[in-house]
Every structure is written in structure tokens, then in C-alpha cells.
Write a protein that binds this ligand. Structure first.
Ligand code: IMP
Length: 234
């Protein structure tokens, strides 16, 4: 266990969605001994954050800020990492987009299931030949890292986009959400026909996260913090 005096930075996955945790976590483990990755579930935090912004970037940052505020008192060196994702379908003028989680009609206050959203999408595209779509993810970071005898606060976002086509029927049993109907252009397979490890080599979320990690390393190294140990150079 790291001691209180060290400079370990806790990365909190600011999502209550276990499907997102399953993809994000393996990509963040083993980047550096400086980072300890944890989840809201492991911290015993139940946060129902309403996504009130009109953009993925706005909602991702809203979630990162909310979790940062909840946890920063307990954890001086910490980064809240949030993801907001949307599926944009050309023939639907970019819908469901930022409303991807709430696409199918459902009673007030009850979110539709993944299956209901997928069925609603296939129904909306019935008879339409233009099936071009893209997944877009914005990863937002809100952090506080060691800097000399004090700490440095920052906010940052990174985006990942993957183009594909919406299939006529569901294909594959892996993944979550719209994965069974999103045919990745470069592979001619749906995400649901890939393992998590394979999806993580090419997905919208993986692209955004790789960019966010590269940017985070730059921010950290600018503050003379070594990524190879839990102690600073100073
Ligand atoms: P959120 O607002 O970022 O939580 O995601 C909106 C919705 O998009 C989710 O409820 C899922 O239905 C869908 N979604 C998010 N990420 C993915 C993905 O990687 N594959 C398939 N569907 C996804």
C-alpha cells in the first residue's frame, strides 16, 4: 500500500456504468506506478449525475467536475475521469447523438434499456439505405496533481471518433449498448462480434482515452513528476 507521504495519484472512473468500467480500466492499469485506478463502486459512491448539457464535451466535464468535488477532500492528488459517448446517424441528422442513452420512448424518469434503444434505432432506419454512422466519445479529466509543495489543478478533454454503418439486424453477443448494430468500417464486423480486448484496440472510447493518457503524461511531466515512481524529482 502506498504511504500518505507519497505522490500517488488516484484516477477515479467517474461512471456508474460497469460496461464502461470494463473497457476503460484495462487501458489505464499499468501506465505508471504513480497511478492507482478505482471506481465509484469501490469507493462506495452512488452518484446519479443528470446530463443537462447539450454536448458530449459538456456532459463529460459535468460528470468529471461532480465526482472531483465529491472526492477531492479525501484524496489530495486525484483525477476524475468521465466519458460521454454518442452515436450519430447521418440519415437521422446526427441523432441519437448526445441523447443516445435516452433514444427510445420510455415512461418519465425511466431510462430505456439497451435493447429498447437498439430496436428503436433499427425501426427508425427501416427502409433507409444510407446507414452511415459514427461513434463519438469525449473523455474529460478534472485533476489535482502534486506540484512542488502544493498541487496543480487542471481540466482537459480528448475526443475519439470511429465511422461505421448501422446493420439491418443485431450481430454478436459481446459489448453493450448499440454494439450489436454498429458495423466498424475498418473490420466489417460489429463491436458485439469483438472481445473487449479487440474493441479496445480500435474503438472510439479507446482512441479518446489514448489521447487523454498522452496529454495527461505531458501535464504530469511538466510538473517534474516521474511516471516511473511514486515520488517526485524535487
Ligand atoms: P453515455 O451518455 O455516455 O453514458 O452513453 C450513452 C449511450 O450510448 C449508452 O447508454 C449506450 O447505449 C451507448 N453507448 C455508449 N458507449 C457505447 C459503446 O461503446 N458501444 C455501444 N453503445 C455505447
Amino acid at each position: 500500500m502506498p504511504e500518505n507521504t507519497d505522490k500517488t495519484i488516484t484516477i477515479i472512473l467517474a461512471t456508474g456504468n460497469p460496461d464502461k468500467v470494463k473497457e476503460l480500466r484495462p487501458m489505464l492499469e499499468n501506465i505508471s506506478p504513480l497511478f492507482k485506478v478505482t471506481t465509484l463502486n469501490e469507493l462506495g459512491i452512488e452518484a446519479d449525475i443528470e446530463e443537462t448539457e447539450q454536448t458530449l464535451e459538456g456532459n463529460a466535464m459535468l460528470k468529471a467536475r461532480a465526482i472531483f468535488s465529491l472526492c477531492s477532500q479525501q484524496l489530495p492528488f486525484m483525477i476524475a475521469l468521465a466519458d460521454d459517448t454518442g452515436l450519430e446517424v447521418d440519415a437521422l441528422k446526427g441523432a441519437p447523438g448526445v441523447y443516445s442513452a435516452r433514444y427510445a420512448p420510455s415512461p418519465a424518469g425511466i431510462a430505456p434499456t439497451y435493447e429498447e434503444n437498439v430496436r428503436h434505432l433499427l425501426h427508425s432506419l427501416n427502409g433507409i439505405t444510407n446507414r452511415i454512422a459514427r461513434f463519438r466519445t469525449v473523455i474529460a479529466l478534472k485533476g489535482s496533481i502534486p506540484s512542488g509543495e502544493t498541487c496543480f489543478g487542471f481540466e482537459h478533454t480528448a475526443e475519439g471518433v470511429v465511422t461505421g454503418n448501422i446493420t439491418a439486424e443485431q450481430r454478436g453477443n459481446e459489448g453493450f449498448g448499440y454494439d450489436p448494430v454498429f458495423l466498424v468500417e475498418s473490420t466489417a464486423r460489429t463491436y458485439a462480434e469483438m472481445s473487449t480486448a479487440e474493441k479496445n484496440t480500435l474503438s472510439h472510447r479507446a482512441i479518446a482515452l489514448k489521447k487523454a493518457i498522452a496529454d495527461l503524461k505531458d501535464i504530469i511531466e511538466c510538473h517534474s513528476i516521474s511516471l516511473t515512481s511514486t515520488h517526485t524529482h524535487q
